[in-house]
Every structure is written in structure tokens, then in C-alpha cells.
Design a protein around this ligand. Structure first.
Ligand SMILES: Cc1ncc(C[n+]2csc(CCOP(=O)(O)OP(=O)(O)O)c2C)c(N)n1
Ligand code: SF4
Length: 290
């Protein structure tokens, strides 16, 4: 990939044009990722994106970066594995709210406890969209969807609040349509040394037409207008739980060790990919199969 030096967002396009519906918030997220990667100026070989399955994960076809397309809900474990194998790499996860907060919730919650140095960008459109609009964990209670024609029965899950009480060290929420804010936040998140989460509010006009751009503009409030301190967890939790508005911005940032790389006896000696294999003899393990 030597021709691609991440020096221009357009250079990150592939030969395939996005297949998303007109007006989909994924276009703006795609554009923000390209701008952020350009601003970061990383050599292409130092970045890996792990995509989940979904309309969001279809981005795998539209970005010219090294990537891995995981099973639905399973993008975070391979991202952690890549980082453990080669901590020199920057690793970004692109995942939907269904995959990230539904099928993959245990990965989301448990991997953040290790403060693995990855960035998880969740396209939160409050639906399982690729499979035509079923209720997801973030669908507000009472909302009719394909799978809940009489209204969602469960209360919705609050990903920002969960991350705040579960040791993620960079927690933000942004509105997909505000590409400038999302780009800047992505740069910060990727540079943050630890587990970073950005919950991105993504309009899906087909299966969630009520939460369109107009709706969001009526409901959003910027944390920067609220005298918020991203080093005050209580304030962050209050903002995450507020019932009147949806806060966007940086909720919380904390400086903590990346436990595995600093505490694990093997990883302390540098990335696994640089360890010598010379002294490793697998022969005894193969004896039972001879
Ligand atoms: C383990 C597994 N379960 C279910 C599916 C079917 N499936 C594919 S995409 C999808 C919905 C994706 O929703 P979400 O993760 O919110 O992403 P979006 O399409 O909204 O971006 C489902 C259920 C699958 N591929 N694998
Ligand atoms: S179904 Fe929704 S999320 Fe999927 S491409 Fe269309 S607008 Fe976007």
C-alpha cells in the first residue's frame, strides 16, 4: 500500500462507492474517519480498522486501509488481539449499536476494563439497520420498530453511563452530521493511550426516520456549553443520565496504565511481533499427534 500515504482524504477511497441510502449518517462518519486519518498523518501500515457486520461495517469496502471484517458483535476481540500482538499499531473499531451494545456487549464491557489501547467508534442509529430495522439495545422504550410493532418494551441501554462506571478512559459522544466535531474527537481518541469509546449518534432515515437531523438539533446540548469538566466523573455521569437533553462532547478522560502492556510479563518486553521465536520449540507439543 505504498502509494497511499494518507495525505488526502480522497486517497482513502477504494474503487467501490458507498452503497448506503441517500442521507444516511454513515456518509458523514466515513468522511470524518478519512479526515481524521489524514490529520493524524500515520503511515498506512501503522493503522488497522476492525469492522463489525452491518450497514456500518460495510465501510470495510469503502476505505483503503488495512482492515479485518469480523463476525457480528465480535469486532472488539480481534482489535484487542491485534493490539496485543503489535502494540505499535493504532487500532480502530467500526461497529453498530446492535453489534457493540447487543451481541458484543460483553466484549465492550470486559475489554474496556483492561484499558486496551484501541478506539471503538459506535454508529448508534438505535436500530439493527442492515437486517431492516429491528429494535436494538439503544431503541428508546415505547418506540415501534419492525420487531416491536407495539413499541419497545425494555428500557434502553445507556452506553456512556456504562462506560463511565466500567473503567473506559476516554468517553465521548458526537453527532454524525457534525463532521468537524467528530473528526477532531476521533483524532483525540486515536491519540489517547487507552480504551476510547465514541458513541456516534447516526441518523438512519429508513428505519429510524423520527430521529432525523432536525430531531437531533432539537435534542442535543454541547458539553462545552454546560461548563463540563471531563476529569470529573460525577459530573460526567450526571450529563450521561440527564433526561431532558442528549449531551455531546467529551464526557471523561483519564490517564491510566495500559494494563496488559505494562503489567503482563511477556508484553512488558515489547510487542509480541518483535519477540524472537528462536528459543521456542513446538516439537514436544506435536509428539502426541505423531
Ligand atoms: C452472530 C450474528 N447474528 C446476527 C447476524 C445478522 N445480522 C447482520 S447485520 C445485523 C444487524 C446490524 O445492526 P447493527 O450492529 O446495529 O449495525 P447497523 O446495520 O445498524 O449499522 C444482524 C442482526 C449476523 N450476521 N451474525
Ligand atoms: S438502512 Fe439506515 S443505516 Fe443502513 S444504509 Fe440505509 S440509512 Fe444507513
Amino acid at each position: 500500500m505504498t502509494d497511499n500515504l494518507f495525505n488526502d482524504p480522497q486517497s482513502l477511497n477504494t474503487l467501490y462507492r458507498p452503497t448506503w441510502c441517500p442521507g444516511c449518517g454513515n456518509f458523514s462518519i466515513w468522511s470524518s474517519i478519512k479526515s481524521a486519518l489524514t490529520q493524524l498523518g500515520l503511515p498506512p501500515e501503522q493503522l488497522v480498522i476492525v469492522y463489525d457486520v452491518g450497514c456500518s461495517g460495510n465501510m470495510a469496502d469503502f476505505l483503503k486501509v488495512y482492515g479485518f471484517h469480523a463476525l457480528h458483535g465480535r469486532a472488539i476481540p480481534p482489535a484487542v488481539g491485534i493490539k496485543l500482538a503489535n502494540s505499535d499499531l493504532k487500532v480502530l473499531v467500526v461497529i453498530g449499536d446492535g453489534g457493540g451494545y447487543g451481541e458484543g456487549l460483553t466484549h465492550f464491557l470486559n475489554e474496556m476494563r483492561g484499558n486496551h489501547d484501541i478506539t471503538v467508534l459506535v454508529h448508534n442509529n438505535h436500530r439493527y439497520s442492515l437486517t431492516t430495522g429491528q429494535m436494538s439495545p439503544t431503541t428508546p422504550k415505547g418506540t415501534p420498530t419492525k420487531s416491536t410493532p407495539f413499541g419497545a418494551i425494555e428500557q434502553s441501554l445507556n452506553p456512556v453511563a456504562l462506560a463511565l462506571v466500567n473503567h473506559a478512559t476516554f468517553i465521548a459522544r458526537e453527532f454524525a452530521v457534525n463532521a468537524a466535531a467528530l473528526t477532531a474527537r476521533l483524532v483525540e481518541a486515536i491519540n489517547h493511550p487507552g480504551f476510547a469509546v465514541i458513541d456516534v449518534l447516526q441518523p438512519c432515515l429508513v428505519f429510524n426516520p423520527q430521529m432525523d437531523t432536525r430531531w437531533y438539533l432539537d435534542h442535543l446540548v454541547a458539553l462545552t456549553d454546560e461548563a463540563h469538566d471531563p476529569h470529573n466523573r460525577s459530573l460526567a455521569l450526571t450529563q450521561a443520565l440527564r433526561p431532558d437533553k442528549i449531551a455531546v462532547g467529551l464526557f471523561w478522560q483519564d490517564s491510566q496504565p495500559q494494563a496488559y502492556h505494562q503489567e503482563d510479563i511477556t508484553l512488558k518486553n515489547g510487542p509480541l511481533v518483535r519477540h524472537s521465536l528462536d528459543h521456542i520449540d513446538l516439537t514436544p507439543l506435536l509428539v502426541p499427534f505423531a
